[in-house]
Design a protein. Structure first.
Length: 112
């Protein structure tokens, strides 16, 4: 097998590993957090935007659709979060400031 075919095969294998393992790795970061919403904002830039939620606990989260959790209702989840209210949330992902990555709110239920 020549080097070009080996490289293509290697790339295909790496792609398949990422497609299969990526969601598993992402879901392994699942955690719960009780947050009080301080503020929220839709931040737009270029061809994309994200929903950000600031908390009184000092962490910023995003609300986004997630293929790993098969959720596609980010706008609805974001709209239900109200400043001053406290929520118990299922979150996943990593906070990595230099890449503007935030943990994602997957589910949120108001704490009465």
């Amino acid at each position: 097998m020549d080097i070009e075919r080996k490289m293509v095969l290697g790339a295909i294998v790496m792609f398949m590993v990422c497609v299969v393992m990526g969601p598993c790795i992402y879901r392994s970061t699942e955690d719960s957090a009780t947050i009080t919403v301080d503020d929220k904002e839709r931040v737009a830039g270029g061809n994309s935007s994200k929903y950000l939620v600031w908390t009184t606990q000092g962490e910023v989260f995003q609300v986004a659709d997630s293929a790993s959790y098969m959720s596609c209702n980010a706008s609805d989840r974001y709209g239900r979060l109200k400043p001053g209210k406290t929520y118990k949330c299922k979150v996943a992902g990593w906070r990595w400031g230099c890449a503007s990555m935030y943990r994602t709110i997957i589910e949120a239920e108001e704490v009465k």
